[in-house]
Design a protein around this ligand. Structure first.
Ligand code: ADP
Ligand code: MG
Length: 474
């Protein structure tokens, strides 16, 4: 049962939310704050309901103190904030709706005789308007899948790629792409009465079970067979659910035979979809199967920068570099790290420093950041040669500084995974050939046992391997 908030709790929470909103990013607000529900206010304790345990822990760790301060400012007396997990199992849908572009309600005549307003079409589609091609960062890991999705979303052209199945590990953008197709179709064909439906396979299963129980088979069939584009997420959940599969098979055939489009995602390749009816498998094979891979460093960095730009959050390059170097498993985790960084900054009123990023990485991955990042190398080299970091990164060609710069570039090629071009970028936008020259010069000097170079490198490498990052304990 969902709890009903008593008015004082709801009022106080509304006041707190409006105080929080201007001072946090949209991501933070919509992910962590807006999704909480006020339950009650009793004995100066405001109880909030969080949709999951993870959510509760995150809010407790990062926000509760800030929320208590705001609650006190609002009521004029100390208020404690308690968070508990909502037992109602009701998770807010489309939580970013607040930031969705407004949709014009236009009446249109549906391709199947229905009159539907554009708003209705969007509602009915079950799509989250946040997922768009425009905010999907392309990289080698996903460019083929993205192109296939773009192609199938152009309903005005015939496609050979129907059905389209995208598979890949968790958090790699499958749902994003799938929904981007739907959103693209709805926005381009908004006046054509095109019907789009996005559904997770779990939801499909539940709908089916319910239709059997309530004897509403016709409604169910209408819902899933009477669309122009059906998007089914995570079909691996259909494995072993025979009756649901049969139902899906029928919907699939109805749509496919009349040339309507079907896109599906799965967390594994087709041949690993155990428990699937052979007929379905062969249907999948008649279209296109493509995959998404884990993002490379470059793509991770681009995703972070894109997100920061969208959130208007000033994310320094070295911080973005550190996060993208260490948060490697998937995009969802990367986004989580970014959201945590933003939350720390906005609630703790501190700037996004490397130290903070290290702390976030440790929270997220449990690992102390091992590889010396750019900033640390520059700082250590500058300290060693007793020059300023600005001079190191600057234009001066004074011999000692130019030498220190070459050493720093050499160390970066050795100790980081940055491309030569990126390293040049960290030194005031120098060309990659300059970096090659620096690397080769210092490497030759080292091989020739040049005393000064060997001493500097030995000392610097020692300092970097137990540099300040390793001592941070937070
Ligand atoms: P999956 O369905 O594969 O588990 P999601 O589509 O839910 O993954 O992606 C996880 C999160 O990462 C989402 O918030 C999504 O917007 C984001 N994301 C994934 N890939 C990209 C990308 N290439 N560009 C921008 N955001 C991405
Ligand atoms: Mg998904």
């Amino acid at each position: 049962m969902a709890s009903v908030a008593t008015p004082p709790a709801a009022d106080l929470w509304t006041a707190i939310m409006s105080a929080v909103a201007p001072s946090v990013s949209e991501t933070t607000f919509s992910s962590w704050i807006e999704t909480l529900k006020p339950e009650k206010l009793e004995d100066r304790v405001l109880t909030l309901l969080a949709p999951s345990k993870f959510h509760r822990e995150f809010v407790e760790e990062h926000f509760v103190t800030g929320l208590e301060t705001l609650a006190q400012e609002t009521t004029g007396e100390p208020v404690r904030v308690r968070v508990r997990v909502d037992g109602s199992g009701e998770i807010p849908r489309q939580r970013n709706l607040r930031f969705a572009p407004p949709v014009q309600p236009v009446e249109t005549n549906g391709s199947n005789g229905h009159t539907v307003s554009v708003n209705e079409a969007a509602q009915e589609s079950n799509l989250n308007p946040r997922y768009r091609f425009e905010n999907f960062v392309e990289g080698d890991c996903n460019s083929f899948a993205r192109a296939a999705c773009l192609a199938i979303s152009d309903l005005s052209r015939p496609t050979l790629w129907n059905p389209l199945l995208i598979y890949g590990g968790t958090g790699l953008g499958k749902t994003h792409l799938l929904q981007a197709i739907g959103n693209r179709v709805l926005s381009v064909r908004r006046n054509d009465g095109i019907r789009v439906r996005y559904v997770s396979s779990e939801r499909f299963t539940q709908d089916f079970i319910q239709s059997v129980r309530l004897q509403q088979g016709a409604d169910f069939a209408e819902k899933y067979r009477n669309v122009d584009l059906l998007l089914v997420d995570d079909i691996q959940f259909f494995a072993t659910k025979e009756r649901t599969q049969t139902e899906f098979f029928h919907a699939f055939n109805t749509l496919h035979q009349s040339g309507r489009r079907i896109v599906m995602t799965s967390d594994r390749p087709v041949h690993e979809l155990a428990g699937f009816d052979e007929r379905l498998i062969s249907r999948f094979d008649s279209g296109l199967v493509t995959n998404v891979n884990p993002p490379t460093y470059e793509t991770r960095l681009a995703i972070l920068q894109d997100r920061a730009k969208f959130e208007k959050f000033p994310l320094p390059l070295d911080v973005a570099d550190l996060l993208s170097t260490h948060i490697t498993s998937n995009v969802r985790e990367l986004e989580g790290a970014f959201a945590a960084l933003v939350a720390h900054c906005q609630f703790g009123r501190v700037p996004p420093t490397l130290e903070l990023a290290q702390r976030v990485i440790q929270e997220k991955t449990g690992k102390r950041t091992g590889r010396p990042p750019v900033e640390l190398i520059q700082q250590t080299v500058a300290d060693y040669f007793r020059i300023s970091q600005d001079a190191l990164r600057g234009k001066t060609r004074k011999q000692e500084i130019a030498y220190a710069r070459m050493v720093a570039m050499y160390l970066m090629t050795e100790l980081t995974e940055h491309s030569l071009k990126a390293i040049g970028g960290f030194f005031g936008g120098r060309d990659h050939s300059t970096v090659i020259h620096a690397r080769d010069t210092i490497s030759d000097l080292r091989k020739e046992d040049d005393v000064k170079t060997v001493a500097a490198l030995n000392d610097l490498e020692r300092r970097l391997s137990l540099g300040p990052m390793m001592r941070i304990t937070m």
